[in-house]
Write a protein that binds this ligand. Structure first.
Ligand SMILES: [Fe+2]
Length: 395
């Protein structure tokens, strides 16, 4: 996020000695994008953030991915996915290509400390709540929140109700993840040349939340899992990575509620880019939120049949009604995949049914990828095989 934030205890000038009350010299860590030529954050650790005591490779199962062949539209019912585990190691891989991995967790446990060195992660909280704890502090998230976690941010997801203490047995937190191979940003066209969100953008700085803190945890011999393109490495650090006393800069995890996304409507149907929320490497994320329908008396409120010439279209249905697909089996927790090369559109009969309707209550997250997606085993396990034929069944 390009907006400056300052948290905790900092010296007046950068790169000057910052001592605690007993004159112990704290350690700087500059975390910077693109060779330190773009956004960065400067963190102050109580102890050296470089001190590792061990490093070992972690055996992991390779992703099992299946091409979408023969080419079919897919309906995947994510509410049939397994419940349990934590929001990191409990992710179930639904769809993936070289640019993005889409996974889903129904988490009941707190995750280990982790760091994804491959790219930024975008989380969407479908239901429940959690705390994203990181070197930057604590960020509380709940239903409807998007969370962007920058590449190589050491963090963990704290799930309420995990363990046997107070609150144990709470509802699981359901999170959809998009793990990018690269960075996830606000679309450039929403930003002024100097980085302010412009008038007319569907959200603004007041809607963005950053971490509170810092956490300042002192602990020795702490495990951190680091994911790279070569696999997962388990480090033991001499000191807890959350020993940060303060930081400032423009690089940190941030949250935006889908309920703060202001829809853009028109007299006739608006194209998908008006719903865009994020831009990733070779993919975009859009938010479809409750809104007034197109207001011309003759306007057709539901989408036209369409061909995504250059993208695979993934829609995650996460609230409200889904009038354009009523009768197809799509419902809360469904993902539809409408791939490049396939023409799709509203359910037969829904155009007529929609005429004159004033508004929609739908809530959905769309991920459009510019390269074809393959199916993960967890996605195939919850596939509705009847879906491809639902456009024809009423003809
Ligand atoms: Fe579509």
């Amino acid at each position: 996020m390009p907006h400056y934030r300052r948290v905790g205890d900092l010296p007046k000038k950068r790169h000057t000695a910052h001592r605690d009350p007993s004159a112990h010299l704290r350690a700087e860590e500059l975390m910077g994008l693109n060779g330190f030529s773009e956004e960065s954050a400067l963190l102050y650790h109580q102890y050296l953030p470089t001190a590792i005591r061990s490093a070992e490779a972690v055996e992991t199962e390779p992703d099992r991915l299946y091409p979408n062949h023969p080419l079919l539209p897919r309906h995947l019912s994510l509410h049939q996915c397994k419940e349990g585990g934590d929001p990191v190691t409990g992710r179930q891989l639904i769809l993936a290509n070289d640019d993005v991995r889409v996974s889903y967790a129904v988490a009941t446990e707190t995750s280990p400390l982790v760091r994804n060195a491959i790219g930024d992660e975008l989380a969407y909280v479908e239901s429940g709540s959690a705390t994203l704890e990181s070197v930057f502090g604590a960020l509380e998230v709940s239903e409807g929140d998007y969370v962007v976690i920058p590449t190589s941010t050491t963090h963990r997801w704290v799930v309420p109700g995990a363990g046997t203490g107070a609150g144990a047995g709470a509802e699981p937190v359901r999170i959809l993840f998009a793990e990018a191979t690269g960075h996830i940003n606000v679309p450039d066209r929403y930003l002024s040349s100097r980085g302010q969100l412009k008038e007319g953008a569907p959200f603004c700085e007041r809607d963005v939340r950053g971490p509170e803190g810092p956490l300042f945890i002192e602990e020795e011999d702490v495990e951190v899992l680091v994911r790279t393109r070569s696999g997962v490495t388990r480090y033991v650090y001499a000191h807890h990575p959350f020993d940060v006393v303060g930081w400032d800069g423009c690089l940190y995890p941030w949250a935006l509620s889908i309920h703060d996304f202001e829809p853009i409507v028109g007299r006739i149907h608006q194209p998908p880019p008006v719903h865009q929320t994020f831009a990733g490497p070779s993919f975009v994320v859009c938010s479809f939120v409750p809104r007034l329908f197109d207001f011309d008396p003759e306007a057709i409120p539901v989408p036209y049949n369409h061909a995504n010439v250059d993208s695979d279209e993934v829609l995650f249905y996460c609230g409200g009604d889904f009038m354009s697909r009523a009768g197809s089996g799509i419902g809360q927790g469904s993902i539809s995949l409408h791939p490049s090369g396939f023409i799709h559109g509203p359910q037969p009969g829904s155009v007529e049914a929609a005429l004159g309707k004033p508004r929609t209550e739908e809530l959905a997250v769309m991920i459009d990828t510019f390269r074809p997606l393959q199916l993960g085993q967890a996605g195939l396990d919850v596939e509705d095989d009847a879906y491809p034929w639902t456009w024809a069944k009423q003809l």
